[in-house]
Design a protein around this ligand. Structure first.
Ligand SMILES: [Zn+2]
Length: 431
């Protein structure tokens, strides 16, 4: 079968670092991932900024940084509604922001109102072209099809792709998959994803599938980066379930092209800082390794308050059309940043209309406490511009492109199906 006629599966393993995948493959563990690596091409690619899941998954689904997709952080201040939006930094932070509101923001708001109107999702683009898209558990799911909730405490439909599965809350088809949230530390969410994936592959029920595995990030936050071997073994099993459902390795590779990546990396954290204490006169939204300050004061002046603060690597703000950075007590344009894709990622984060006036990227080893004071000290975290938080593994099987950034994934998918990418998208280089 010519490569272009193959269906395509995008596998996203949340929080998987390139080094963890590379070491695991070298050791010969993870047989299903090894099969893909043996038949594909691999590189390290770059995430977006802040390198936090809602921002990154939106970048994967829309092919854009936050200047276009407009999701700024895990937690942010909604200027229009004059309130905080909290997508789930921690259980404590969700309680502090209002549990019901946080659930509604995460389940509905992100897609129905926060995601930029100028952004096109991969599901919208493919299904408008007559293809069938499927999404399992990914929090950026905006599509054209209304799905009624399966649980009584939700009343409104969500609009996703035609095949849509979201943590048992929305299920376009009855698959018999087990309840997903029974025991997260033991991988029940990914077990749900695997069961739905098996059902879809068995029926050949899509042209494009996003197979999103979230449990690895959860384990890596607790155990630290490059230590969650059991969680990665479960991801490998989940991918193995798809291969098995296709009838074996040869049949799977014959039928499907695959892109496998993570959304962001992770780095170890030992120290916690409270940005709220530095800016008691402003609205601070902080979580993991990025923070934002919403203020009417001069951001250039406020940025100086963080001079000498060991928790801070870079402070960013805008002056008219210029994106500025303060680092080590010196101010300059973002062009001077030596982080991966530093200038482009910093600028796109600042141009987002939902971002704070100041954006703070944490120094190595540091995390910013969230609304409830929670953190992952002693474990792993992410969110900053640094390479460890920002690098992701990128593996392409049966495609003639290999994305260098997570924003090149969506145009790579469209290119595979011959569907034109939106004008803002950056095409990956042809191999
Ligand atoms: Zn995370």
């Amino acid at each position: 079968m010519p490569a272009t006629e193959r269906k395509l599966i995008l596998i996203v393993i949340d929080g998987l670092t390139p080094s963890m995948l590379e070491d695991t493959l070298e050791r010969g563990a993870a047989p299903s991932l090894r099969l893909l690596a043996e038949h594909g091409r691999y590189r390290r690619a770059i995430s977006t900024f802040p390198s936090l899941t809602p921002v990154c998954l939106s970048a994967l689904a829309t092919g854009a940084h936050p200047d276009v997709h407009e999701i700024p952080h895990l937690v942010w201040y909604h200027r229009g509604e004059r309130r905080l939006v909290e997508y789930g930094s921690s259980f404590g932070a969700v309680r502090a922001a209002g549990t019901r509101q946080s659930l509604i923001d995460t389940i509905y708001g992100l897609n129905s109102s926060h995601l930029g109107r100028g952004a096109v999702t991969v599901y919208e683009a493919l299904e408008d072209a007559g293809l069938t898209a499927a999404a399992i558990n990914i929090t950026c799911y905006r599509g054209r099809h209304a799905h009624r909730p399966t649980v009584p405490f939700l009343t409104r439909p969500a609009h996703g792709p035609s095949r849509f599965f979201f943590y048992n809350l929305f299920e376009s088809d009855v698959t018999g998959a087990p309840l997903s949230v029974r025991n997260r530390p033991r991988g029940t969410i990914d077990a749900y994803a695997a069961a739905v994936g098996r059902w879809l592959v068995t029926r050949d029920g899509f042209d494009f599938l996003v197979f999103y595995l979230s449990d690895y990030d959860y384990a890596s936050h607790a155990q630290g980066p490059d230590a969650a071997h059991a969680a990665l073994a479960r991801c490998d099993d989940a991918v193995g379930t798809l291969i098995e459902a296709a009838g074996g390795e040869d049949e799977f590779l014959e039928r499907y092209a695959v892109l496998l990546c993570s959304d962001h990396g992770q780095t170890p954290v030992q120290e916690v800082a409270r940005l709220q204490d530095v800016f008691p006169d402003a609205i601070v939204t902080a979580s993991n390794r990025a923070g934002m300050i919403y203020t009417a004061d001069d951001p250039a002046v406020l940025a100086r308050r963080l001079d000498g603060n060991p928790a801070v690597d870079v402070v960013l703000w805008r002056d008219g059309d210029r994106a500025l950075a303060r680092r080590g007590g010196a101010e300059g344009g973002v062009e001077q940043l030596d982080h991966p894709d530093g200038a482009a990622r910093a600028t796109a984060a600042l141009v987002n209309p939902n971002a704070g006036e100041l954006i703070v990227s944490a120094a190595p080893g540091w995390e910013f406490a969230d609304l409830a004071g929670r953190h992952h000290s002693g474990g792993g975290s992410h969110g900053s511009l640094t390479a460890g938080d920002s690098e992701v593994p990128m593996l392409a099987v049966g495609l003639d492109v290999l994305p260098a950034s997570i924003i090149e994934v969506m145009p790579a998918v469209l290119d595979h199906f011959g569907v034109p990418a939106p004008p803002y998208a950056r095409m990956p280089a042809k191999a």
